[in-house]
Design a protein around this ligand. Structure first.
Ligand code: NAD
Length: 487
């Protein structure tokens, strides 16, 4: 695939960008710049949004039944499955996630398109409600052109979280991928065309924060969905407020893994690496705070340390690699600053803390575990987005719940106990958008999102579809036959 790209994908075609500005793409595993993308300007954004709007109102898309849209989504899933290896090849040098994970990401995205195909086949887009002699047809209409902004840590699945329900709802979209991971968005554009979607239903613009901000502000965009940092999310929420645009924000986290006194430590140890530092800690639901009862504190520190020590840091192309590099030099420096701050504030590094030996090129960092952490320390409060885990002691369940909830964030969480009912009781008291019992794992069928600084709105599940629908109530006389829902 071409890696020096000066085009955008608009109205079913690759169109040269109006903007002459370019952004380089660096392979985080080799530190080599191997490509570039257009840094789209306001004119580019305008052209893409207009194309999406034209497609929204064209018969080729508007006249499709939900079942016909579902068929197209199924086709897209099939194309992704067939072309998965191509996606993996393009993704690998962009974000440096391990090859085994890249495959799962593409498969997960394909399955999500399939999931929403199933949802809209049975979804009631028109529903008759009768109440006290009134008769109302409740219609759920596509909200309009959706502006979708994706991050680099899971570009295909996190874009699919937005694209799949948007297209299922009948919206058209303009996707702005992260500048680090834009090349695979053009592969997706090819797949969308191959699946049979009409031109203009799916468009791609590339660029950085300014391009994203121009998309959010464009008056033709009627819905915004974003995954990324809390700081950018706050700016986007403010911009959307000015125009009353509905917005879904999936932001950062500082999730807690809570071990109750009767936790099965072997079970926790087996899952700890994927729970606490998945993809070198660059995942929003990383459980970077581990809360351990004082009586089992040392045992817990050992379990986390052993699990992270057993991870394999190195070349993302190797099948046995479980930790690739961090996304950039700047991000590695930021994580290193947090490690220094953790030490300064009284934490003790019991694993890692530096750069791995033998990996001279690439933004690698050792998985790092701190003990003697208090929940007030910065390493326990800020989203670091690196492989840094803090083990925090507690006395009694009430204190565990209080510590877990004493966070600006509320995205994920998990509770380990051999008594599932007891774990469930604790889970119910955690201020979070999702939480697992003796595990953590999202489901396509369940709403995903956060509370507090972790965001607003939900993706996935039928709830994710409603984010792209506008409700219209059509009132009629009690026995008005005209109000029959469309079949
Ligand atoms: P970011 O939030 O700055 O960027 C994410 C996406 O939003 C990119 O596509 C970017 O171009 C776009 N963007 C940025 N500012 C924007 C704005 N004002 N308006 C519209 N679009 C905007 O994230 P980043 O720079 O890639 O990473 C920085 C930090 O964000 C990380 O260290 C991490 O803490 C956090 N992060 C979180 C997630 C997550 O899944 N929650 C994902 C990526 C990054």
């Amino acid at each position: 695939m071409e890696t020096y790209v000066n085009h955008l994908y608009v109205a079913g075609r690759r169109e040269s960008a109006h903007s002459g500005a370019r952004l380089g793409i660096t392979n985080p595993a080799t530190e080599e710049e191997f490509g570039s993308i257009a840094d789209a300007d306001d004119t580019d954004v305008d052209v893409a949004v207009r194309a999406a709007h034209t497609a929204l109102t064209a018969d080729a898309w508007r006249s499709l039944t939900p079942a016909a849209r579902a068929d197209l989504l199924d086709n897209l899933a099939t194309v992704l499955d067939r072309r998965a290896d191509e996606f993996v090849e393009v993704l690998l040098p962009q974000n440096g996630f391990p090859v085994t994970m890249q495959r799962l990401h593409v498969m997960g995205a394909a399955n999500l398109y399939r999931y929403y195909a199933g949802v809209v086949r049975t979804y009631e887009f028109e529903e008759l409600r009768t109440y006290r002699g009134s008769n109302t047809l409740v219609r759920k209409e596509p909200v309009g052109v959706a502006g979708l902004i994706a991050p680099w840590n899971g570009p295909q699945p996190l874009a699919a979280f937005k694209i799949a329900p948007a297209l299922a709802a009948g919206c058209t979209v303009v996707l702005k991928p992260a500048p680090q991971t834009s090349l695979d968005a053009f592969l997706l554009a090819d797949a969308v065309a191959e699946a049979g979607f009409p031109p203009g239903v799916f468009n791609v613009i590339t660029g950085g924060a300014a391009t994203g901000a121009a998309l959010v502000a464009h008056p033709g965009v009627r819905k915004v969905a974003f995954t990324g940092s809390t700081a950018a999310g706050r700016a986007i929420a403010q911009a959307c407020a000015a125009d009353f645009k509905p917005v879904t924000l999936e932001l950062g986290g500082k999730s807690a893994a809570i071990l109750l006194e009767d936790a099965d430590m072997e079970l926790f140890a087996a899952k700890a690496a994927r729970l606490c530092a998945p993809e070198t800690g660059q995942v929003c639901f990383s459980h970077t705070r581990v809360l351990a009862p004082r009586a089992r504190y040392d045992e817990t520190v050992q379990a986390v340390t052993a699990a992270l020590a057993a991870t394999v840091t190195g070349d993302p192309r190797k099948e046995d690699t479980t930790m690739g590099p961090l996304i950039s030099q700047a991000q590695r420096e930021r994580v290193e600053q947090y490690i220094a701050l953790g030490r300064e504030q009284g934490g003790r590094v019991v694993l890692g803390g530096g750069r791995p030996t033998g990996l001279d090129r690439g933004y690698y960092l050792e998985p790092t575990v701190f003990d003697q952490v208090d929940n007030s320390m910065r390493i326990a409060r800020d989203e670091i987005f690196g492989p840094v885990v803090a083990v925090i002691p507690y006395s009694g369940e009430a204190e565990a719940i209080a510590i877990a909830n004493d966070s600006d964030y509320g995205l994920a969480g998990c509770v380990f106990s051999q008594d599932v009912e007891r774990a469930l009781q604790v889970a119910r008291q955690i201020e979070t958008g999702s939480i697992g019992v003796n595990m953590y794992g999202t489901s396509h069928a369940a709403p995903f999102g956060g509370v507090k600084a972790s965001g607003m709105g939900r993706e996935l599940g039928p709830e994710g579809l409603t984010a792209y629908l506008a409700y219209k109530a059509i009132y009629g006389a009690p026995d008005d036959a005209v109000l029959a829902p469309a079949g």
